[in-house]
Design a protein around this ligand. Structure first.
Ligand code: 13P
Length: 314
């Protein structure tokens, strides 16, 4: 069964010191670029959909595209995951629609309310064989296009609260705030991450899988192409890949990547438009975008350490 929950994946990732890539999908080309890389590298995969993605592409189109990816890759364990479900109803809907994993993000609520809504989602999801990720601490701002966090320390996940949260909710994995944020502008001057906070949480919750959001590296190669071909992304900065590798060897079992996909696609489309001004066939610019995503994801799977790990996660 290639459509799986993340249970076994996270067990293997924790034990063997790697993380599974969770890539956000919004359309066919992005999904194909990811799945082609995954198939060649034989890596486990989490395909995730935000509410915004679902509003953009419609649930039936996105689900159909993901189902084709699952069907065509019977040797690859694939999780279909709701990214940042904002309330019980949204999570319930994705469970009912056959996703194998949902995230309830009530991290902006007071601690007791976060526990309550997470617990409700856990009960419903577990009754239906679905696993749940929750979030504690704050990455900052609206989750889909957040800007960098100024005063990082205030927002970090509290290790003692993490223990209480996990015990009281029965959640399967926990997204922690360790200084990352969504988008292409994560840091103003230099990357500042609290990797030691991961260690502190891990020490208090041994064996429990953690999740790192906002983990795109904002690869220079794509930012430079975008800027070269008419874009304006000065001061774009992401999480260094060395930090991603370090976290992946620790309790971080799932690493979320969206911005790097967007940058790869945009960079290639800009390049085609600039170099071939007469081009109007979408296949001629979306195709190179898809190829760039594939190459980028293949590289990421080695940064995460999950290349070649598909079979052990089945
Ligand atoms: P990036 O913006 O760093 O890709 O993070 C994506 C993410 O965490 C989605 O939940």
């Amino acid at each position: 069964m290639p459509l799986v929950t993340s249970k076994k994946m996270f067990q293997m990732a924790y034990k063997n010191g790697y993380a599974v890539g969770a890539f956000n999908v919004n359309n066919m080309e992005i999904t194909q670029g990811i799945i082609q890389a995954i198939a060649e590298e034989k890596a486990p995969l989490i395909l995730q959909v935000s509410r915004g993605a679902r509003e953009y592409a419609s649930n039936s189109y996105l689900t159909a595209i993901m189902n084709v990816a699952v069907k065509e890759n019977p040797d690859i364990p694939i999780v279909t995951h709701l990214d940042h479900g904002d309330n019980f109803e949204t999570c319930k809907q994705f469970v009912d629609d056959g996703f194998t994993s949902v995230m309830i993000d009530a991290s902006k609520m007071p601690f007791a309310e976060n526990i309550k809504v997470t617990k409700d989602v856990v009960k419903y999801a577990h009754d239906h064989g679905v696993v749940v990720e929750a979030e504690l601490g704050q990455l900052g701002g609206i989750e889909e296009d957040v800007v960098g966090v100024d005063d990082v320390a205030k927002h970090l996940t509290d290790p003692n609260q993490a223990v209480e949260f996990v015990e009281k909710t029965g959640v399967d994995s926990l997204a922690v705030a360790v200084g990352t944020s969504h988008g292409a502008y994560k840091f103003k001057t230099e990357p500042k991450l609290a990797i030691d906070r991961i260690q502190e949480i891990q020490d208090k919750l041994p064996g429990f899988p953690l999740v790192m959001h906002g983990s795109s590296s904002v690869l220079r190669e794509f930012v430079d192409l975008i800027n070269k071909y008419g874009g304006k992304m000065p001061n774009a900065m992401g999480v260094p890949e060395s930090a991603i590798t370090q976290a992946s060897k620790m309790a971080v079992c799932k690493v979320n990547i969206d911005t790097d996909l967007r940058l790869a696609l945009t960079a290639k489309i800009r390049q085609v438009f600039a170099e071939k001004a007469g081009e109007f066939d979408p296949r001629k610019y979306l195709g190179p975008g898809r190829d760039a995503i594939k190459a980028m994801v293949k590289h990421k799977l080695h940064v995460l350490g999950c290349a070649g790990k598909a079979a052990e996660c089945l």
